[in-house]
Ligand binder design. Sequence first.
Ligand code: E4P
Length: 215
Amino acid sequence: MKFFIDTANIDEIRHAHELGILAGVTTNPSLVAKENVSFHDRLREITSLVSGSVSAEVIATDAEGMIAEGEELAKIAPNITIKVPMTPEGLKAVKVFSEKGIKTNVTLIFSANQALLAARAGATYVSPFLGRLDDIGHNGLDLIETIANIFAIHDIETEIIAASIRHPQHVTEAALKGAHIATVPYNVLMQLFKHPLTDQGIEKFLADWNKANQK
Ligand code: E4P
């Protein structure tokens, strides 16, 4: 499973990139709104740093509008992926993008049938939202597993992005259930590095080293 970061914050993206584990970035309108910057300028900044997929979401709700917006976004850089909502109009747009060789990420996936429809429309990625399903008492990880099984049975190449990740356990479980990618908020990404025994181990090694070198 690869790591994407789920943010539009350039400092967070830069740091994740420096850590050497970053395969891509996902943004959404709520994340971009927090940044108070021009969307296109921010996408230029991100794509100049990151060579992997950078998802940029369309705002239009009709296929024609999504296609027009997506084509403009795709001109920003070759690694822009157009993020499209899981609606009939969204899938019409996905079909057109896929015929033009423009990558797509179908977002707001909450069922296996939605994922299958998106894949058949030609989506490069589907994004099932784990955390939001858990919030309403469903099991987001079960959905990842079901989609991964269906895609394996039918040889579907669309990649599964585990999205709406809330904690490190989601990451481990998403990897086990067969997600190809987890898009992780910065705070969760940083938590993945931590283990108290690692910190204690470093402290002990340094203390022993210093003791030995004082003799
Ligand atoms: C995915 O691409 C979305 O941006 C994201 O994971 C949504 O997560 P949230 O439910 O924490 O808003």
